[in-house]
Design a protein around this ligand. Structure first.
Ligand code: ADP
Length: 260
């Protein structure tokens, strides 16, 4: 536990440092990008266009990275309401069907009468989309990406087996792919900020640390299992509330066990 505490503390200060740098970098990149785009319009000599395009592309890439670092560090504030996670899943399904390669099949399965969640739609959407994009990236030759959402009651026995679990109603969101999978060495490090196996410019290594930060801020937890060459499964457990999404928020805040 001591080690885990120190590790969390180390990651927290890393986050603070990263967000400080990201913020300053953003102020540097914005005028750079504007200048690059202006130059691109003003310089009519076609021979210079590829150079200018490289400049614009990479400044844009830097800006996207900075944005991701900031959202990782900022993470978990934001107004929460009672919401139905199935709406987010269906939105993500639509996004996947419109933008993912055709050789990736997307399947969504949602338990009828799924419990609700006291949460922030933007954060939960970001959490899910990060997992879904990783699943896509793990299937360069296509495959099946499935999301399943179901109610799950964590009882005493289950909570004793999982140190991060707390007794009560939860929703499990299962995100599974048939992709490249992970070795135990990689699996061990995936939640570290800036850990990535993707090529420079492709991955920031902040996706899963953001995912973990969001889940923890909901008093939830995440399990991963993976097999090289077979695929990966992420199981997200989020505390559920047994209320319809129309209840007054005061009561629901208590029910959701918020304020930890
Ligand atoms: P990034 O996607 O920018 O690399 P992440 O924190 O989201 O950062 O992921 C870290 C690493 O975890 C990835 O580079 C990859 O090696 C591994 N990973 C995450 N999800 C999967 C998956 N579904 N299948 C295989 N590897 C994965």
């Amino acid at each position: 536990l001591e080690a885990q505490f120190l590790r969390t503390q180390r990651l927290d200060s890393l986050g603070t440092l990263a967000s400080g740098i990201a913020h300053d970098l953003n102020n540097i990149l914005t005028p750079m990008l504007m200048s690059a785009q202006l130059l691109q319009m003003k310089i009519s000599d076609e021979r210079h266009q590829p150079l200018l395009q490289t400049l614009t592309n990479n400044t844009q890439r830097g800006a996207a990275l900075v944005k991701q670092v900031l959202s990782f560090a900022r993470g978990v504030e934001g107004k929460r309401t009672i919401l139905q996670i199935q709406h987010l899943i269906l939105e993500i399904k639509q996004f996947a069907q419109q933008t993912f390669p055709k050789n990736i099949e997307f399947k969504a399965e949602i338990e009828p009468n799924l419990w609700t969640i006291f949460g922030n739609a933007t954060q939960l959407h970001q959490m899910l989309i990060n997992l879904v994009i990783n699943a896509r990236d793990a299937m360069p030759n296509g495959g099946l990406l499935s999301i399943k959402a179901e109610n799950f009651y964590v009882d005493e026995t289950y909570a004793q087996m999982n140190i991060d679990a707390s007794v009560g109603p939860h929703i499990i969101i299962n995100i599974q792919d048939t992709g490249i999978g992970m070795s135990p060495e990689i699996l061990d490090r995936i939640f570290e900020p800036f850990f990535t196996t993707k090529e420079v410019g492709q991955g920031t290594g902040l996706g899963l640390s953001t995912v973990l930060g969001i889940i923890k801020s909901y008093g939830g937890f995440i399990n991963v299992s993976s097999a090289v060459g077979k695929g990966t499964q992420f199981q997200v457990f989020l505390k559920a509330v047994l209320q319809k999404p129309v209840q007054p928020t005061e009561d629901l805040e208590l029910l959701a066990g918020n304020g930890e």
